[in-house]
Design a protein around this ligand. Structure first.
Ligand SMILES: [Zn+2]
Length: 228
């Protein structure tokens, strides 16, 4: 493979307060180089050249990771027992069939925009509202907890949360978790309506409700968002 053809876009920014050259990849795989304001251009270029191997290696890793996260034609994900799949079509649309949900987008949309990801997120939000809305009220009744409200967000770093005044919030990506972990997540947040922090009393209460709570806690922590 020709290395020069397979190199990231590079954006150099000059900073007055900076003393050294820094390089990092942003979310879109662009190499952001920040250099001291008065450093000669050839010095910046030389540093980039000197780090060619590091840049190449990290760009490949970024591309691999990005490919895994992207929704592409042929991809299939199961959401609450329904098969969701992506296909090439002449325009953006979604079909509900006996098989499940089918998303169609023109080929260039898959490559050039995040419309497939955004549409899937919207779909997940609706699924999450339905699932968490009903399951949470059922579990709260069963276990004797009360909460003020429940909402669905699209956080990618946190499965759920409970505010000081007992408003529960779940990430729409949490519907992709296995059923037992989804229920455990709900119980976790419900216990927060009584114990706000992760102290001894919190875990005591959690383990009283489900005996293998600590195992599930560990699994939840390991789970990555989003999972596709
Ligand atoms: Zn917690």
């Amino acid at each position: 493979m020709n290395k020069e053809e397979d190199f990231p876009e590079i954006i150099v920014t000059r900073r007055a307060g900076s003393r050294s050259i820094r390089m990092r990849f942003d979310q879109k795989g662009v190499l952001k180089v920040s250099a001291p304001k008065f450093l000669p251009k050839r010095e910046v270029e030389r540093t980039i050249f000197d780090n060619e191997d590091w840049i190449y290696k990290h760009f490949q890793a970024w591309k691999e990771e990005n490919q895994k996260r992207k929704l592409l034609p042929g991809k299939e994900v199961e959401v609450l027992g329904r098969k969701v799949s992506w296909h090439i079509g002449d325009r953006a649309r979604v079909f509900e069939t006996t098989e499940g949900i089918e998303f169609y987008f023109p080929e260039e949309v898959y490559n050039q925009s995040n419309l497939p990801e955004k549409s899937f997120e919207k779909f997940l939000k609706a699924c999450a509202q339905e699932y968490f809305g009903s399951t949470c009220s059922k579990l709260a009744n069963q276990l004797g907890f009360r909460y003020k409200s429940l909402s669905i967000g699209s956080a990618k770093t946190k499965w759920g949360s409970c505010t000081f005044d007992n408003r529960l919030r779940f990430s729409c990506y949490a519907v992709l978790l296995p059923d037992d972990l989804k229920e455990h997540l709900i119980i976790h947040e419900l216990v927060h309506t009584v114990h706000k922090n992760h102290g001894k009393l919190f875990y005591k209460s959690l383990c009283e409700i489900s005996p293998d709570a600590m195992k599930k806690e560990a699994k939840l922590r390991k789970g990555k968002i989003p999972v596709f």
